[in-house]
Write a protein that binds this ligand. Structure first.
Ligand code: ADP
Ligand code: ADP
Length: 224
């Protein structure tokens, strides 16, 4: 059964149709890649699934509940408490240390600083970042910064991790490292991953692949 699914989503930005009938589903613990050419609607589909955008029509369900019908306040709680995010350029806060960046989602959820930092720290050994805890994130290499962003996305133990071109800014070695760490960490804690990528080598790490062309989806590789 699906943990998260989209059914026949349609969404236009003004006169520009971005989604014209997009559907997908992923089960608990599955890694699903959304692939397709630039401008095909991948990010828009991801944003609808994550409750960042509301489709004009169609349905988004998480754990049986209609995400697209929730009000903005309930959607922001869902994003904060239940979902995790990793973006293309990490989007770390450069003035904060690496461990403060990882702790940030916990702090925003009301966890005290000491407890949040204690939960953040084990991620450094786990992701090969030992010794970088106190480094300002503006001083990290691209691959290090993206692993910190990955830790930040997973530190709340989200049910679903949304990753939009998580390796897009990295060379292929650093990109493969991030993909391996992301897939392993997600499997270990049963987190479903919805990954947007235009790179076939990155998509190959996923259990299943959905391709988007001109706002319409088709299944390339079923997840099960
Ligand atoms: P992809 O992620 O596959 O590159 P996007 O989902 O970003 O594609 O974009 C799909 C289409 O919607 C493109 O034509 C893009 O220019 C347009 N689009 C995306 N976001 C916006 C926006 N906020 N305002 C207007 N047009 C947008
Ligand atoms: P990505 O494909 O990684 O999302 P983009 O450059 O397509 O990167 O989009 C970055 C941001 O700009 C997104 O928030 C998207 O919604 C917005 N965007 C994309 N295309 C347009 C557009 N034509 N007009 C306005 N905003 C857009």
């Amino acid at each position: 059964t699906a943990l998260i699914e989209a059914r026949d989503l349609k969404l236009a930005f003004g006169e520009t149709p971005a989604l014209r009938g997009a559907s997908l589903s992923a089960g608990a613990g599955e890694v699903l890649a959304i692939t397709g050419p630039s401008g095909s609607g991948k990010s828009t589909l991801l944003h609808c699934l994550a409750g960042i955008l509301t489709p004009d029509s169609g349905e988004v369900r998480f754990d049986g509940r209609r995400v697209d019908l929730l009000n903005e306040e309930r959607r922001s709680v869902l994003r904060r408490d239940t979902f995790g995010f990793v973006f293309q350029f990490g989007q770390l806060v450069p003035e904060l240390t690496a461990e403060e960046n990882v702790a940030l989602p916990l702090l925003l959820g009301g966890t005290r600083r000491t407890a949040a930092l204690a939960e953040a720290r084990p991620w450094f050994a786990r992701l090969g970042l030992d010794g970088l805890e106190r480094r300002r994130s503006g001083e990290l290499s691209g691959g290090q910064a993206q692993r910190v962003a990955l830790a930040r996305g997973l530190v709340t133990r989200p049910r679903v991790l949304f990753a939009d071109e998580p390796t897009g800014a990295l060379d292929s070695l650093a990109g493969e490292q991030v993909m391996e760490l992301m897939v392993d960490a997600a499997r270990e804690q049963g987190t479903t991953v919805i990954l947007v990528t235009h790179e076939p080598r990155v998509a190959a790490y996923a259990d299943g692949q959905t391709i988007v062309r001109d706002g319409r989806t088709s299944t390339l590789v079923p997840a099960r």
